[in-house]
Structure formats: C-alpha cells, structure tokens
Design a protein around this ligand. Structure first.
Ligand code: SAH
Length: 379
C-alpha cells in the first residue's frame, strides 16, 4: 500500500483505497465507488466537512432564502392538520445539511400553528459528524434525535422532509453495448494511476433491471438506478402506510425513467471529473422520480406529483410571503429577498429543474400544492 502522504495532491487517500480495492476485487460498481467517495468513515466527502454555501462546493434552496423553509414549514403544519392532527408525530428530515431548513420549519410552525409544534419531536437522519455539529448549533434550544438511518426513527406517525437528499445516494449505471446491456463499472487505467469506466458482464441474462420501454436503446445509452434510493422510498412509504403521516421529497431529476449519464462531481461550485479528487468533490446523480414512485406505491402508499418546485412554492404563497418580509426590510434587504425568491421559482432555472413529490397514506387527500398540475411530459 502506498503512503497517501507522499502522493501528489489529487491522489487522495480514497483514490489509493479504491485502487487497492480494484486490485483485489476487480472493477467496482458505481454505487460502491460512490459509497466510498461520499461515505467512507474517515475520508468520505459527507463525513468530513460542511460542503454547503458560498465558501463550500454548492448551495441549496434553504441556504438561498429563509422563505424556502418557511413555505416547507407551512406545508408541514397544514399537512399535519389534514392527515388527522396526530397528537404525537415525528418530524423527520433526511440529509438536513446545516440544519437551516429545519430551523426555518420550526420557527414557522411556531408562528402559524403552535398546536403542531406541541405535537412534534424532531429526528434528523445524518451521517456526517461536521454537519451534525452544525445542525446542533442551528437547532440550539430544540430537542433533537440524530440517526444514521431512517429505520431507527421510533414507530408512530411521521412527517418527512428531504431536500437534495436522494441525489446524494449511490447509483448503479448500465450501458448498451453490441452485446446488449452491460453494467458500467469503474476500473484502473493501464498505468494504474487513474480510473476509467468499463462495461462488464450483464447483471443477469434478461436484464431485468432495465425498464421495458428502454430495453431497445441505441448503443452507448446509459441507464441509472439507485437501489439505495428505492429502498428508502419504500421504507418511508411503508411507515406512512402503516402509521400515518406524509413525506415531501424535493430534488432534481427526471419524472419518467430516462437515459443519460448524470453522475456529476462538483467542487467549489465547478464541475469536475467524477473519477478525480475522490472524497473531495460532491458526487450526485439525477433522481428517477418514477422509480421512487414505483417503490413507494409497491409499499402501499399514495404518491402525488411530481410538481415543479416553482409551482409548489407559488401555490403555497412564496410571493406573498416575500412581499410581506420585504415590506419591513431595508431596500437592500428587500432586493436580496426578492431576487432569492425569483431564483427559487425561475421557470428557466431552479423552479423547473427541481421537482417535488409527496407520499401519503391511501386514507389521506391530496396535500396542499399538489392539486392538479403534476409534471407529465418533462423528462
Ligand atoms: N438538505 C440539505 C443538505 C443537502 S446535502 C439542504 O438542502 O441544504 C445532502 C445531505 O445529505 C447532507 O446533509 C449529507 O451529509 C446527507 N447525506 C448524504 N448521504 C447520506 C446518507 N447515506 N445517510 C444520511 N445522510 C446522508
């Protein structure tokens, strides 16, 4: 094993770990590569840092404007009321980042529906130590339980929020070759100092992982699947179906099963090669909302949407809320608030790139903001 300290800067400790692993086990699945790059206990990207904000690698909606979390908080309070106002309910956030969204949700809940605040206890599903610390600071004064996984959230009704969580979960890739569909794995290059993608034996004879409508795709087409994402969608749907509550998932991705290589690495707000600077760049992939929907439905829940983020935020009053805040702000602050809200709902940007999907039990009606305008034709 090479001492990582003696290698050039972009040969990170995880670069070495992955190279050694390929030497012994052969080419790695993309999901195994992502699990190590993002989740390695010592050097994984999310385990070791706070990646958010201007000084970090990327920025998210709750960090762009407090109004995002206020609208989500309003949605939570109204949904709690419409799903039977359970006396006790777990408010769960998956991948809470800096805790900004949860802090905005709790402040809003207290303002708009104090009875909701009394019913909730807060659970955060987060694997990163540095981010847990940030969350603790953001939620100072609240009682919070942390979990590594959703399964350890105690039984009972749940309201679940996940913003840009599913895009951080590992995916596998499959590629159409002259021999048919094969798995796209990662191996070392000839000089053994870099990595490349390599089609490997098909995962099984009949390619059962490829959706029917995509089986006959052109050579070099890539199909992605996140088993981890589907598993979590299934777990939360099962919980909602049996114990009640709802989930709100907001992320970027396609509404139907689609083709394309969406694995991307971002560092300091710029795109990087996903196979370089391993553990030091964020790795994400687009969400396949249809796959999450199928997993949730198979577990006995109902799925609403996806709807565009812009449509959801507008239906729930982002413009009115922004106006109200701007009215009491200085002209400079008002301009910042207004331009942040415009950014969140922009039809040529975040407003349509991001979509929202809700999960409820069969007994419950359509949640606020999801009436009548599911995104049908967007891929
Ligand atoms: N929701 C936040 C942060 C998005 S970044 C926001 O909108 O600002 C992704 C978040 O998911 C981070 O908090 C990261 O540490 C967490 N995360 C990534 N993979 C995870 C996993 N497998 N289990 C739990 N949390 C995870």
């Amino acid at each position: 094993m090479v001492d990582p300290q003696s290698l050039p800067a972009n040969v990170t400790p995880l670069h070495t770990k992955i190279r050694d692993r390929i030497k012994t086990d052969g080419p790695l699945a993309v999901s195994e590569f992502m699990e190590i790059a993002l989740g390695d206990p010592n050097h994984g990207y999310y385990r070791t840092r706070d990646p958010l904000g201007k000084a970090g690698d990327f920025i998210t909606s709750p960090e762009i404007s407090q109004v995002f979390g206020e609208i989500v908080g309003l949605w939570c309070a109204v949904t709690w009321q419409n799903t039977g106002a359970a006396k006790n309910i777990h408010l769960v956030e998956l991948g809470p980042g800096r805790g900004t969204l949860m802090a905005d949700i709790l402040r809003t809940a207290q303002n708009v529906m104090p009875a909701f605040t009394e019913a909730i206890d807060v659970h955060l599903v987060e694997t990163g130590k540095v981010l847990r610390q940030q969350q603790q600071e953001a939620l100072n004064g609240y009682s919070v339980d942390w979990h590594d996984r959703f399964e350890t959230v105690p039984p009972g009704p749940v309201l679940i929020v996940a913003n840009e969580f599913f895009d951080a979960l590992p995916i596998d890739q499959y590629i159409m070759t002259r021999e048919g569909w094969q798995e796209r794995r990662i191996t070392t290059d000839q000089k053994q100092d870099g990595f490349l993608f390599k089609p490997c034996d098909p995962p099984s004879e009949n390619n059962p992982i490829i959706p029917d409508e995509l089986v006959d795709s052109p050579i070099n087409s890539i199909f992605e699947r996140s088993s981890a994402g589907e598993q979590i969608a299934s777990d939360i749907a099962k919980r909602i179906a049996t114990d009640g509550g709802a989930a709100l998932i907001i992320d970027y991705g396609h509404v139907r099963h689609g083709l394309g290589d969406t694995l991307q690495a971002v560092k300091s707000h710029n795109y990087h090669c996903p196979l370089a600077t391993i553990g030091e760049a964020d790795l994400t992939a687009h969400i396949d909302f249809a796959a999450l929907e199928n997993a949730a439905k198979a577990s006995g829940a109902i799925v609403h949407g996806p709807v565009f983020q812009g449509g959801l935020l507008t239906a729930l009053g982002i413009e009115q809320r922004t106006e109200a805040l701007a009215a009491t702000a200085t002209p400079d602050q008002a301009e910042i608030l207004e331009s942040a809200s415009r950014r969140l709902i922009a039809a040529d940007g975040m407003g349509t790139l991001f979509k929202a999907m809700a999960i409820t039990s069969v007994a419950d009606s359509t949640p606020a903001g999801f009436e009548g305008y599911a995104v049908e034709s967007v891929s």
